[in-house]
Design a protein around this ligand. Structure first.
Ligand code: FAD
Ligand code: ZN
Length: 226
């Protein structure tokens, strides 16, 4: 109770299976006494492109645009665009970040990737000039909750699921200092029976009930590639 959760949600349709997973998470976590914020990226028409529009006012180097440098400089002087500042505030306040999305091409939908690209700027999410690896979002947890088109059996064959989690969980979140909980994967909701779908939704509710007792994974290459 009292924990703050930010759910970054990337599905266009509230009636989708992802929409149902989102609804469950909001209801269950609220019931536990958590305060839950949702960034519904499509509904917000969130801008996924990393452009110079993200910097308000003068550029550090107007001669040659460098997104990483310009956003870092803008962050330091409070010159990032309003939508980014709002998302950063939500991240800053959160104890837990849940990413809810359908798998697109072994990764996250572009709108969510754009959220990562634009919100997690140097100075806010990481600092490469620091010795300790540089992650600035210490003390936070994250959880990747997603659905697939492919069946669990297909994904089990070569262990692809963990390979594709490496860029998201390790490359982004661990890099920023966030501890990673076990992912939550609902396989092929479009292709299973209604009964199985209900089971998957119940399993998500059940998991959320004991979520705060979970230990983060050991987010090192072994977890992904062994
Ligand atoms: P939906 O189609 O919304 O839901 C499935 C069914 O569940 C629907 O019949 C819906 O009515 C029903 N439902 C919703 N709520 C409930 C409820 N409360 N109770 C019971 N039933 C309910 N898949 C891969 O595996 N790998 C890929 O690389 C990949 N790349 C993709 C790239 C693109 C561009 C696209 C568009 C898809 C890709 N997919 C891939 C498939 C994609 O991951 C799946 O289509 C998606 O995960 C399904 O989730 P959904 O929420 O959209 O399902
Ligand atoms: Zn890691």
């Amino acid at each position: 109770p009292g924990k703050k959760v930010l759910i970054v949600y990337a599905h266009q349709e509230p009636k989708s299976f992802n929409g149902s997973l989102l609804k469950i998470a909001v209801e269950e976590l609220t019931k536990q006494g958590c305060s839950v914020t949702v960034s519904d990226l499509y509904a917000m028409q969130f801008e996924p492109r990393a452009t110079r529009n993200d910097i308000v006012g003068h550029l550090h180097n107007p001669e040659a645009f460098n997104y990483a440098v310009e956003t870092w400089e803008a962050y330091k002087r409070g010159g990032l665009s309003k939508d980014l500042v709002e998302e950063q505030k939500k991240v800053q306040e959160a104890d837990l970040l849940i990413f809810q999305f359908p798998l697109f091409w072994f990764s996250m939908p572009a709108i969510l990737k754009g959220w990562m690209d634009r919100v997690l700027v140097q100075g806010f999410a990481y600092d490469l000039t620091k010795a300790n690896g540089g992650g600035l979002l210490q003390g936070k947890l994250c959880l990747f909750s997603f659905t697939t088109g492919g069946s669990k059996e297909k994904y089990a064959i070569r262990g692809d699921i963990r390979y594709l989690l490496w860029p998201m969980q390790h490359g982004i979140m661990h890099f920023c200092g966030v501890k990673v909980l076990e992912p939550h994967i609902c396989y092929a909701p479009e292709h299973v029976s209604e009964e199985k779908r209900k089971e998957m939704l119940t399993a998500w509710t059940q998991r959320l009930k004991t979520l705060w007792k979970e230990e983060p994974i050991d987010c090192s290459p072994d977890w992904y590639f062994k």
